[in-house]
Design a protein around this ligand. Structure first.
Ligand code: BEZ
Ligand code: FE
Length: 284
């Protein structure tokens, strides 16, 4: 094409992908080009402004390592990760929420009712519930993969003082779909803000805090795996999560309990927090 102009360029670029073997790739890239061009037109993007945009992406690439992906963080703070989760929610399943960068394979197995808090400091908490299908029937032998930050707001990957297996587990539910474990109440923490995404947050007058949460991946044979989070309704940051992961349906109201029998059964000091949350999985 020898006469490219502002009126024909978008169509020309979209057509240039017509030969793609994968029709889904053609659709995604074509729409991406259309929306990127529409954005540049709408804000009348100046060359110096786009150079700053490229410099930002370059900086994001330079700070990224195997252990830190600034592009994932960018997707998170712009709400794109959350939107993709919301679009994939439905079919009667528990709503999806952020995976985040701190999930690790190979968490130790914990039996139902097991103790995760061990020698972690913090307020003791009993967490329990069931894994159900979309009709509310228990799913026997469902698997939970769980991880959380310690009360200093850090995951084990960020804190040399923590054992690499700290505050994470895999668990298989009983025939009644039930799970239970004891832990410490987590604290709010900030997403990494010492890189270009942090600069963007500061320039946008935003903070980097996430409300305290638990991460779960729940799976069972014949069901779609669910990646989600559970939040505390009374958290200071519940209405201003830096990565937009909070959903009303994922809130729990922890209550204080002093039941001596429960305390004895779960080896808890009195009083302790108690939280109940049921997960629902959609069939494949
Ligand atoms: C997290 O919840 O672990 C997380 C999510 C998004 C960005 C950073 C951390
Ligand atoms: Fe997290």
């Amino acid at each position: 094409m020898r006469n490219v102009n502002a009126d024909n360029i978008t169509q020309a670029v979209v057509r240039s992908f017509d030969g793609a073997a994968d029709p889904r790739l053609r659709e995604i890239v074509g729409k991406l080009v259309q929306h990127l061009h529409a954005f540049a037109r709408e804000v009348n993007l100046a060359p110096e402004e786009w150079q700053r945009g490229i410099a930002f992406l370059h900086a994001a690439g330079k700070i990224s390592t195997d252990a830190r992906n600034e592009f994932v963080l960018l997707s998170d703070v712009t709400g794109l990760s959350s939107l993709v989760d919301l679009l994939a929610s439905g079919s009667g399943a528990t709503e999806r929420s952020a995976l985040g960068p701190f999930h690790a394979e190979g968490s130790p197995l914990l039996e139902v009712g097991g103790d995760l808090k061990r020698d972690n400091e913090g307020e003791p908490m009993l967490v329990h519930g069931r894994v159900l299908d979309a009709a509310g029937r228990p799913i026997p032998r469902a698997q939970l993969d769980f991880w959380q930050a310690a009360t200093n707001g850090k995951y084990w990957q960020q804190d040399p003082e923590q054992d690499p297996h700290n505050l994470r587990f895999r668990m298989v539910t009983g025939d009644d779909g039930a799970y239970a474990f004891t832990t410490v109440r987590p604290a709010p923490y900030t997403v990494p803000y010492d890189g270009p995404v942090g600069e963007l947050l500061r320039a946008g007058g935003r903070h980097a805090w996430r409300p305290a949460h638990f991460h779960f991946i729940v799976s069972a044979e014949g069901f779609r795996a669910l990646t989600t989070e559970v939040f505390f309704a009374d958290d200071t940051y519940i209405d201003e999560d830096a990565v937009f992961g909070v959903r009303e349906s994922l809130l729990v109201n922890p209550r204080m309990d002093s039941d001596p029998q429960l305390a004895q059964r779960y080896r808890l000091p009195l009083p302790f927090h108690i939280v109940e949350f049921d997960f629902r999985l959609a069939a494949c």
